[in-house]
Design a protein around this ligand. Sequence first.
Ligand code: ATP
Length: 588
Amino acid sequence: MLLVDEDASHSKHLQKVFGVSPWMYWVTNFLCDFAIYFICSLLIICIYYLMNVELFTFSWQTVGSAILVFVLYGCCTLPFVYIMQMFFKIPALAFALISIGIFFVGVVTTMTVMLLENLQTGDESLDTAHRICSGVFLLVPQYNLGMAMYRLSFVYTIYDYGRSYLEKIGRLDALHELPLPNVMEWEMIGKHCLALFLGSLLYMALLALVEYRDVVFKFIRNLEKRKTLQLVQKNELDRKLDEDVMQEQKDVENIDDFDEYGLVVKGLSKSYSGKALAVNNLSFSVRKGQCFGLLGVNGAGKTTTFSMLTKRLGIGSGDALIHGMSINDSKLPRYRLLGYCPQFDALNLKLTAREQLAFYCRIRGICEKDIDKVVDWAVQHMQLKPYANEVSGSYSGGNKRKLSAAISVCADPPVVLLDEPSSGMDPSSQQFMWDLILNLRRSNRTVIITSHSMEECEALCTKTAIMVNGQFECIGSIQHLKQKYGIGYTFTLKLSAISDVEQAKNFIEENIPNAELQSIHCSSIFYQIKDPKFKLSHAFQTVAMLKKLVSVEDYSLSQTTLDDVFVSFASKSNADIIEMHENENIVT
Ligand SMILES: Nc1ncnc2c1ncn2[C@@H]1O[C@H](COP(=O)(O)OP(=O)(O)OP(=O)(O)O)[C@@H](O)[C@H]1O
């Protein structure tokens, strides 16, 4: 259950970002699970022994064999379950279905072969069915456990008959000379032990294959890269790039001294479907001590970008360099360089803030003697002291976010990625988070944030890019964006009746030709007037004339803010999505 939980909450990914290699993750889990399983198995055998249940304890050889079978079964079943749990997202469902499945499969396969064996003695036609079943079922760990236990009980049954007979004839002194079969023989538990041993190797190899699939199946990655590049090239022909975005691309290409840069992203792209790009040829650079803001509407591709930077997703095409080293470089010490706060808090809700911070400090290689100091600092600094010893499941959303941010900076990494760091926070917590980011900048850390808020980017970022449908629509400092896009006015008109909208729209467009329609919501019409020399009096006169034709409930004219610019990009995103779906429908 914990594994499903860790995967679903992205805590496993966070551990990997902070330096836990896949093999280390699975080996530690295996050792921990196996230790618990082994102690439980020993306890069962001890209880049998103490309660004088002779079935598995009548001789030391049987006890040893039972322990061997349990050990091999544990080694085989644990990686088998690790693979099975990957198909689930809900921990309780995984627990229920996997345990019921294991029990059911174990009982059915074992009972089938036992029945066939018993029936076979009177009917030779069942011989083939028995041979096939007992051969194929060797692949099932639970069958091997069941049959091994059945064979051990079979030896005991012979022993019990022998003992009763010797007792009857008064020769119990010859008990040790009973001709019992060797339990380790091939047809007894030998083949089941070997099957369990080979099964453990098989399932461990499968687990390794799943974890290292990108390395093992390099051709799939290369194929994806080629496909993504084709999509990027196809898109390149259709799209018209903003001049600042093009300049940023050129600047990135021309960087030859990476010492000044915390992060350089070159032509990063990703496609999930193989048909459309979720991230389309992003290039940007962030100097040390600066904060880069990735601003975009829902679905713009911000999280996908972060997922590639933290290697949760393989890069479709392009590259990213952290302190001059490619993130694909196996020598890159990501655990030392990168801090990451995911969009959804990747916390273990059963641990306290202190425990989680100590856990991640250990993962990140902080000396044991310093861990308490770091944890105290983080708890104090993040205003988590009152809750530090409570399980994080009981925290409010804002405090969970603070804890996630604390985890991302606990080892003082030089590059910090924060995915919507202040989402769900009240204004005072938001201010607190902003102070934290500003402090990171002051201490020469490179910070990259994603956000939906222009205000946040204005307060924190030295460079901001607005992302629409996976690509940058504009990039630059907030001052630059304000100068470039924040000119002119936003003109809003609210009518009393929706039926008047068309007439009002035509009238405005006739009388104010440079008014660009941004959107229409119910009876409200939004225009942008980009001409800085536009006379306000002309707008008022036009509305006064319009009022004679239709009933105007309200209207406003204000200078364009960056939020208006963002909203206009968002409308463009929606329009593009609708157009894309329409095209898809035409094609189908
Ligand atoms: N696992 C996935 N499989 C298929 N498509 C996906 C997957 N994850 C994201 N997408 C698609 O990729 C695009 C970008 O999604 P992404 O989550 O990166 O956006 P975002 O900007 O982070 O949005 P939000 O602000 O809502 O988090 C969207 O169109 C989304 O539907």
